[in-house]
Design a protein around this ligand. Structure first.
Ligand SMILES: CC(C)(COP(=O)(O)OP(=O)(O)OC[C@H]1O[C@@H](n2cnc3c(N)ncnc32)[C@H](O)[C@@H]1OP(=O)(O)O)[C@@H](O)C(=O)NCCC(=O)NCCS
Length: 145
């Protein structure tokens, strides 16, 4: 099992690398630091034997919701339950913070990840036209806590 802990400034390079390897969108490094400043408890990393294997980050929304902005596991560490552990910890933090649901957006083509979320209690509640910068639609998903 990975050690799941809060993101630190020293994790920035590795988090940026994992995001670049895993996600189609490109983000500036400064974005991760502003996410950390906005809600430190909602930015978690998975450490496997001293190596940073994945991360999850999110923000607080209105109406007692938290929102996952990114979840990514390094390709070499996938299918070892690291994504599940990160998601579980994010849900626990959201619960402890008094939120009543967790929302996220995912590309409609990302069927494997949509299934991953559905198996873990999320359901699709909306389709978002041209949500991504390349014009692809997204699904909005929610898990009630
Ligand atoms: C989605 C993502 C974070 C999942 O991370 P992960 O660490 O591979 O996730 P897990 O290992 O917990 O679960 C993946 C699957 O492997 C299975 N699995 C878990 N441990 C396993 C093991 N030891 N051996 C074989 N399979 C295993 C799980 O059952 C799960 O399958 P399921 O969804 O059918 O239950 C990862 O694939 C990723 O980074 N994808 C690219 C980025 C992305 O799409 N992010 C989401 C954008 S919103």
């Amino acid at each position: 099992m990975p050690l799941v802990r809060k993101f630190n400034r020293e994790d920035l390079e590795k988090v940026h690398e994992i995001a670049s390897l895993s996600l189609k969108e490109r983000y500036p490094k400064e974005l991760y630091l502003s996410i950390k400043r906005a809600w430190r408890e909602g930015f978690l990393v998975a450490d496997v034997g001293g190596n940073l294997a994945g991360f999850i980050c999110g923000i607080k929304e209105e109406n007692m919701m938290s929102r996952i902005l990114m979840l990514a596991v390094h390709p070499l560490y996938r299918n070892r339950s690291i994504g599940s552990e990160l998601l579980k910890n994010f849900i626990e933090v959201s619960s402890r913070s008094g939120f009543n649901s967790v929302i996220l957006e995912v590309r409609v083509s990302n069927t494997q990840t949509i299934g991953f979320y559905q198996k873990r209690g999320f359901q699709i509640i909306d389709r978002l036209d041209s949500f991504y910068t390349d014009g692809e639609d997204g699904y909005k998903m929610i898990r009630y806590l």
